[in-house]
Design a protein. Structure first.
Lengths: 307, 222
């Protein structure tokens, strides 16, 4: 074991892991974080805390992560290289570690164009792969990125994202290989709706035996409505939503669409459980955290292992 | 080359409002090629500014000069007599030219008439696109001749983010994903394995992180 991370314990035990996420509020109320975390706490092994997702200003992932940690739960703080340079990110990693946070996700982040501060200057001092290297060097070598020794190492279990659906497809396994080489421990994938394409990507992952180096958690998002499915298909970069999914949601009444969406999510998990190399699931229920427990239960992933 | 675009007329008019005698200077280099501040544009802007004054029942005395190279003290010296008559100087050169004039004639008010944009190349007649950010440590040798620093919207150095759609950048369908271009070219050249080499975090000092940059060539200095 590299760290104290509960996620690492679950993955190392060979059980299928389950993570989900909490988007911090666009204001100062800590109760919002607590309420959302409480909805999912018994059904997951780790709670992702997003970092200014879609380039909208929110409570920092570190602050919301501390709130969740102090509830006795297991936050996975996300960190995008868009908003901070390497000094700020390393100090945040140290701070998070001082609060007992032991799991994080290294991301490049959505372009500011998509958010409410499109006039902002992006930082991109380092990219997500270089952030993985930075955290790994801090953890395993006790070195700052600049080369100096640090006092006391942050024992972070290191995650990243993987999008098997973005172009060019043939580069996407190599991209994971690069993250593995940089030292990532696990990845959470983009929401999977095109299962055939995902399985093709996983085959490539397995052919190169990357599944032995990196735990892949398959990304699952339940659709609330056919409108949401159409929006994601047309407006969200890097999403692959087959027409069958849209047709299936459109085929039931508006009132039935949320249930159909949950059903699709559960069926996807059932199928992907059998896919070699899939070591768990990351359930992204966007502003729909209250439905996560039933997805986990219906997919046969409850109760969660205790350590 | 350095590209530029003329500033909005109202901004230029506001700059020169207090003055009656203007020296309008163009440059024969980059801004001529990108049709922003060469002899032709100097003539057009001078006419437009005079016309605007006439509309308000006033006159404007504009002298037009286009220098060979406005970022070069040797040519800027040629303004010595003409500049005495002017209340203010309006420059259609890039920011380097404007500053060279301002530094030489430090008692003159000097205003820019163009916005300096980027270092770019011409794609077709009337179209220029950014190709270089002057990062001071060129990596085109490992990225198949396509620059991720200037052409990836996030300047990612290790490959495409998850936002690429139909080969285009997540910021919009008019911007090619630089890493898609790099990958296609690596493939065409049989250099696919190069993609998996990790690019370490950059030292941004040569890019300006260490403060304003300067080149000193002892072999050329007088």
């Amino acid at each position: 074991m590299k760290t104290e991370s509960r996620l690492e314990k679950v993955l190392t035990s060979g059980a299928l892991a389950v993570t989900s996420e909490v988007g911090p509020p666009r204001g100062v109320d800590p109760e919002i974080v607590k309420t959302k975390a409480n909805m999912i706490k018994d059904h997951v092994d780790g709670i992702n805390v997003t970092d200014n997702q879609t380039a909208m200003v929110r409570m920092s992932s570190m602050a919301a992560g501390v709130i969740i940690k102090q509830m006795g739960l297991d936050p996975i703080i996300q960190m995008v290289t868009r908003d901070r340079n390497r000094l700020a990110m390393q100090s945040e990693i140290i701070g998070a570690s001082a609060f007992g946070i032991d799991t994080m996700l290294c991301l490049s982040g959505d372009h500011p164009k998509f958010g409410d501060h499109p006039m902002a200057k992006s930082v991109y001092d380092i990219d997500s792969i270089q952030l993985i290297q930075t955290v790994k060097d801090m953890r395993d070598e006790g070195k700052f990125q600049g080369g100096a020794d640090m006092k006391g190492r942050p024992n972070m279990y290191i995650g990243a994202a993987a999008n098997p659906f973005a172009d060019p497809f043939e580069l996407r396994v190599m991209r994971l290989a690069k993250k593995a080489k940089a030292g990532v421990d696990f990845v959470q994938t983009q929401c999977i709706f095109n299962l055939d394409k995902f399985e093709l990507w996983m085959k490539g992952v397995e052919d190169r035996e990357l599944d032995k180096e990196v735990h892949v958690l398959a990304g699952i998002t339940p659709m609330k409505s056919v409108g949401m499915a159409r929006y994601m298909k047309n407006k969200v970069p890097g999403m692959d939503i087959p027409d069958e999914v849209i047709k299936r949601l459109a085929g039931v009444s508006k009132e039935q669409q949320p249930e159909e969406g949950i059903k699709i999510a559960v069926e996807s998990i059932e199928r992907l459980k059998e896919t070699k190399g899939v070591h768990g699931f990351h359930i992204m229920a966007i502003e729909w955290e209250e439905r996560v427990p039933e997805i986990v239960e219906q997919a046969g992933l409850y109760p969660r292992p205790q350590f | 080359m350095i590209t530029a675009e003329q500033k909005p007329m109202q901004e230029i008019i506001k700059y020169i409002e207090p003055y009656d005698k203007i020296l309008l200077i163009g440059c024969n280099e980059c801004v001529t090629v990108c049709a922003a501040g060469g002899r032709k544009e100097v003539g057009l802007l001078a006419s437009a500014l005079k016309l605007d004054r006439l509309k308000h029942g006033k006159t404007l005395d504009i002298k037009e000069i286009t220098l060979e190279r406005q970022c070069d003290p040797e040519y800027v010296e040629e303004l010595v007599t003409a500049i005495d008559d002017a209340d203010a100087v309006l420059s259609m050169a890039c920011g380097c030219g404007v500053q060279t004039v301002a530094a030489r004639y430090n008692n003159k008010h000097v205003y820019p008439a163009v916005n300096t944009k980027f270092m770019g190349a011409s794609l077709s007649q009337g179209v220029w696109a950014e190709r270089c950010q002057g990062c001071g440590d060129c990596m085109l040798g490992i990225t198949a001749g396509i620059c991720p620093v200037s052409r990836c919207s996030k300047s990612l150095l290790n490959g495409p983010c998850g936002g690429t759609s139909n080969g285009q950048c997540e910021i919009g369908p008019d911007t090619d994903c630089a890493w898609r271009l790099i990958w296609e070219r690596l493939k065409a050249l049989g250099l696919e394995e190069r993609y998996e080499e990790l690019v370490e975090a950059r030292d941004w000092r040569p890019a300006g992180g260490a403060g304003p940059r300067k080149i000193i060539r002892e072999d050329l200095a007088l």
